[in-house]
Design a protein around this ligand. Structure first.
Ligand code: NAP
Length: 354
């Protein structure tokens, strides 16, 4: 790895620390280098707070005092994983802050495609005479803000499919009973993943058979918005998916109203383009990411519509010989790991790479 890639990797690692709290803002990492030494770093504060560049500059100011900091910053290189913003949002533009201290160079992971930024941050820096280098660890930088990128460029949430299957490709029991597939250790992973996304979706049969809460219990973090697809409202309101632990949306063909924490959204032509319509409604509600946890029919309908970005599949050594078949999917395998005797395969949908 080249020197500059190492510093960008550090920015990406910093961004990861702030990710859960920064939502819906993309989490960004920033590092300031003077004469080969890191003199300040920062990452995006919880939503509404400072951007990474502000935190990194403040770190330099508080370590060195304002006069010395000004001298160091003017001769520094600033690494940042996403293009500095150029607009007044909840905080002033980061590009203006950098222009104020005028570092020797700004090295950027990837550009910000949102209308408010989209090259304007770089333009402002370059107009002030600050050289910019763009695209250092560019693919990794885009990956780190993939939820935000998807929302901005595709006008829909980032979609993660998740399921468990047996070695012979089965997914559920054919006798309408819940039958656990993956090992207990995977449960903690699943709860961590739930805490990282805005919403979680299941189909009607899964809600009826498994009666899941879809909350975060074996990890710390926020419960996602729960989404149920239930055309004729067959899932009783006493089921766990409607408890007070989180809000629930029910996409259906019968009613459009709100009852306590449950919002019923009636879809016209329910069976037509269902995944697309659900994603559009979630986009309107500012949902940036969705994890689809089953069942097989629901997952397959997202796959068939091409409406997925990432799939996380646990496979077990066990063979069942019969049952509900697991969804069929084709994608690029980007990771394979072992969790005790289960294999976790992560795929991405290369068909939709932008
Ligand atoms: N292995 C795992 O990771 C995992 C995860 C979750 C669940 N499960 C198991 O999976 C089983 C349930 O799976 P499932 O496939 O039977 O049910 P499901 O996907 O949970 O629900 C499917 C139902 O949703 C409704 N639906 C309406 N429009 C749809 C559309 N366009 N696409 C898909 N579904 C639509 C249909 O109901 P209508 O018939 O009313 O139209 C359909 O029968 C359970 O046994 C559960 O234990 C396993």
């Amino acid at each position: 790895m080249k020197e500059e890639e190492k510093y960008m990797q550090r920015c990406l690692d910093l961004a990861e620390i702030g990710r859960a709290e920064a939502r819906p803002n993309p989490s960004v990492g920033c590092l300031i280098l003077y004469d080969g030494k890191v003199i300040g770093e920062g990452y995006t504060s919880p939503y509404g707070g400072n951007h990474a560049e502000v935190n990194a500059v403040q770190a330099v100011l508080s370590t060195y005092g304002s006069q010395e900091a000004k001298r160091l910053l003017a001769a520094s290189e600033v690494y940042v994983s996403l293009e500095p913003c150029a607009h007044h949002g909840k905080t002033p533009p980061c590009a203006d802050l950098l222009v104020e201290y005028k570092p020797g160079k700004v090295i950027i992971g990837c550009l910000d495609p949102s209308e408010k930024v989209s090259g304007k941050g770089v333009e402002r820096l370059q107009r002030a005479g600050i050289p910019c280098e763009i695209g250092v660890l560019g693919e990794k930088a885009k990956w780190s803000v993939r939820r935000f990128m998807t929302q901005v460029t595709k006008s829909r949430p980032y979609v993660i499919l998740k399921w468990a299957e047996t070695a012979d490709g089965y997914f559920g029991s054919s006798d309408l009973q819940q039958k656990w597939i993956s090992n207990p250790a995977t449960k903690q992973w699943v709860h961590k993943w739930r805490s990282e996304e805005d919403a979680i979706l299941v189909g009607k049969n899964t809600a009826l058979i498994d009666n899941p809460s879809l909350t975060v219990r074996e990890w710390s973090g926020k419960n996602p918005l729960r989404v149920l697809v239930d055309k004729h409202l067959e899932v009783p309101l006493e089921y766990k998916i409607f408890d007070s632990a989180a809000e629930t949306l029910v996409f259906n063909a019968e009613r459009f109203d709100l009852k306590k924490n449950v919002r019923f959204i009636e879809l016209e032509n329910f069976d037509l383009y269902l995944p697309q319509n659900i994603l559009y409604q979630l986009y309107l509600l500012d949902v940036q990411s969705l994890i689809v946890e089953g069942g097989a029919k629901m997952l397959q309908s997202f796959i068939n519509a091409g409406m997925w970005d990432e799939a996380r599949i646990f496979s077990t050594p066990e063979k069942w010989g019969e049952g509900i078949k697991a969804p069929e999917i084709r994608g690029e395998v980007i990771e394979e790991s072992q969790i005790a005797d289960n294999t976790l395969t992560v795929m991405k949908n290369s068909a939709f790479d932008s």
